[in-house]
Design a protein around this ligand. Structure first.
Ligand code: ZN
Ligand code: ZN
Length: 408
């Protein structure tokens, strides 16, 4: 489900509606573009109309993304979309239900009045709990799990106290009686100042030109100086990009992360190591031993099955690419999956590429990658109407799947 957020334009104050996963705010009134950045994740509140009451906000962790589980013979996967109570305080609803869908959320700002209950459930614990409840984990030993999707956020439910009852300030209905020995305010905290949302001007740090991107882009590009930028610690840092030039004038460039790494626990330090570890039916060439190992992954959100398939196809066929340090000025498909998320798919790619699954799966727990270098590579595709077809490799992606991926 897509949740809606209302945010005022930092330039002219006009109300703008966003999707919860949007990073780029484009004001339809003053036309100014702003990039939204939060140091860890976005924090939202559900609006309430209560006056003259002290509001206490209860945290709910929200995860939207793909969950993968490596079993002895296969990789299971599922698209997950959940909110789950993020505090151990008893009596509160475990999930927010349909509340967030019915209303427009707002970002937590320094002006949001009220106390906030501490979020005491660790993300990984919540995801593990979710994993246990989905059928993908029940069929046997799990050697590795990965949660890939950049939409992790906190949604706060407003509450207030009335006659020792905890009342939901959205619906004005009582939720639970507070135990007499318990003070809900004890575990509440004021907002942390680091929660703040940063509004970043979308100007190229190198040349001052307007950066380009779409509302769900996590990497912005500058067509003036041919650079790409991602937000980190409240400022734009440069991303290494290269482009495999297309043959046709209407070429569409889809972005992929190329992550070069060495490994510990299991030796996969060259392309030859990878080919041997995954038992590819090819004769290892001499120079492959000197070739760095790079893991490829889509840099856009897409269904798990296609994500695994594309990562595998491109990782296995990597030696055929000769990238150039030139820019394609147009038809760049937006980067909607950050490098940090793509990196979490490296073990999946290794497992997915292996022809003998039961040989590779048991080594996954002790395998550790050390990322040496990562870059964004735009590959040339032809739009055939139904599919995007790669101009050199036998790789094609259904356009509907691409479109669907933007709502994951
Ligand atoms: Zn505006
Ligand atoms: Zn520039």
């Amino acid at each position: 489900m897509d949740l809606t957020v209302e945010q005022e334009c930092p330039q002219c104050g006009a109300p703008i509606e966003l999707n919860e996963t949007d990073h780029m705010l484009r004001c339809p009134y003053c036309n100014v573009k702003t990039f939204l950045f939060a140091p860890d994740y976005f924090r939202f509140v559900l609006p309430h109309k209560t006056t003259n009451k002290e509001i206490i906000y209860a945290p709910y962790l929200r995860f939207r993304g793909n969950v993968y589980s490596c079993q002895s013979q296969s990789i299971q996967h599922r698209v997950v979309d959940i909110t789950h109570l993020g505090t151990t305080f008893k009596g509160l609803p475990v999930s927010l239900g349909v509340r967030p869908q019915a209303m427009k959320m707002k970002f937590v700002t320094s002006d949001t009045a009220g106390l906030f209950l501490k979020s005491s459930v660790r993300t990984i614990d919540m995801l593990t709990a979710v994993g246990k409840h989905t059928s993908i984990f029940v069929s046997g030993e799990t050697f590795h799990c990965a949660y890939i999707g950049e939409s992790l956020s906190l949604i706060y439910l407003p509450l207030f106290m009335e006659d020792n009852m905890v009342v939901d300030a959205v619906t004005n209905s009582p939720i639970t009686k507070l135990p007499s020995d318990h003070d809900i305010f004890e575990s509440a905290t004021n907002k942390n100042h680091n929660w703040g949302l940063t509004f970043m001007a979308t100007l190229c740090p190198q040349c001052g030109w307007n950066l380009e991107g779409e509302r769900d882009s996590v990497v912005l590009t500058c067509s003036n100086c041919d650079t790409a930028w991602e937000a980190s610690k409240g400022k734009f840092t440069q991303v290494d990009i290269s482009v495999i030039p297309g043959r046709e004038t209407n070429t569409v460039y889809l972005p992929f992360w190329k992550i070069s790494a060495t490994s510990k626990g299991v030796e996969i330090n060259s392309y030859a190591d990878f080919i041997q570890a995954t038992n590819q039916p090819v004769v290892v060439k001499k120079d492959w031993g000197k070739q760095d190992m790079s893991f490829w992954s889509p840099a856009f959100k897409i269904r798990p099955k296609i994500f695994l398939h594309l990562s595998k196809q491109l990782t296995i066929s990597q030696p055929h690419f000769r990238a150039e340090k030139v820019s394609a000025k147009k038809n760049l498909y937006p980067v909607t999956l950050p490098q940090t998320e793509a990196a979490q798919g490296m073990k999946l790619t290794l497992a997915g590429s292996a022809t003998i699954k039961k040989k590779i799966m048991p080594i996954l727990p002790r395998l550790k990658f050390n990322i040496k270098d990562s870059s964004l590579v735009y590959l040339p595709f032809t739009d055939t109407g139904h599919d995007m077809v790669h101009q050199q490799l036998p790789v094609s992606i259904n356009k509907k799947a691409l479109e669907f991926g933007r709502h994951l």
